[in-house]
Design a protein around this ligand. Sequence first.
Ligand SMILES: N[C@@H](CCC(=O)N[C@@H](CS)C(=O)NCC(=O)O)C(=O)O
Length: 216
Amino acid sequence: MITLYHCADARSFRALWALEEVGEPYELKLLPFPPRFLAREYLQINPLGTIPYLIDSETRMTESAAICQYLAERYAGPPLAVTRDEPGYGVYLNALHMGEATLTFPQTLVLRYGFLEAPEKRLPQVASDYKRWTLARMKGLETMLAGAEYSAAARFTVADISVGYAIMLARIIGMKDEIPPSLNVYYERLSARPSFQRAKAAQAGGPASVLDGILS
Ligand SMILES: N[C@@H](CCC(=O)N[C@@H](CS)C(=O)NCC(=O)O)C(=O)O
């Protein structure tokens, strides 16, 4: 049985959503955020202290986009994954990694220096610079999508989970009205999927998320 360590609405949501898409049974371990401080024993399991952490037999994984790729390729295949023989393969991998590396990473600086640090340690300049950075990348995403329903191969894949989570986080931290409207339409299409709804339901009732307090 697959085990996933998760904090509500954090990047591990990608893994939870992907698990719901593939339909493989799993055990969900809900942690308070940040587990490094609020669940110290978790460091014995994942020395990085970060979530997600996925265990599947001998396999241990800590990167949300890689977990999506792993679950799709190991347990589902097409249509959820794009195979290397398909024309959309490169675009698929690009979107899968872009969701985390380009679209989510700058948001963590907005989150940390705009919301999570104690007020005296906040850095408004960093928060506003990385907010602008994020919005510029979101504009680039809009151009890349060019009105398509999905990010690759003209169908829903785990690349959409990766990119969709980045938009979900942007909306949580107050950028909903600043990101291009077409990205909100794209996100609403993704989040209407039963798998997304099941993932949200699965995390309900766990420890409160640090993101709860900053919902805009
Ligand atoms: N690149 C990794 C980042 C993992 C990560 O940093 N997760 C954050 C939550 S969104 C975390 O665990 N932060 C808590 C900490 O650093 O103590 C991924 O995509 O999964």
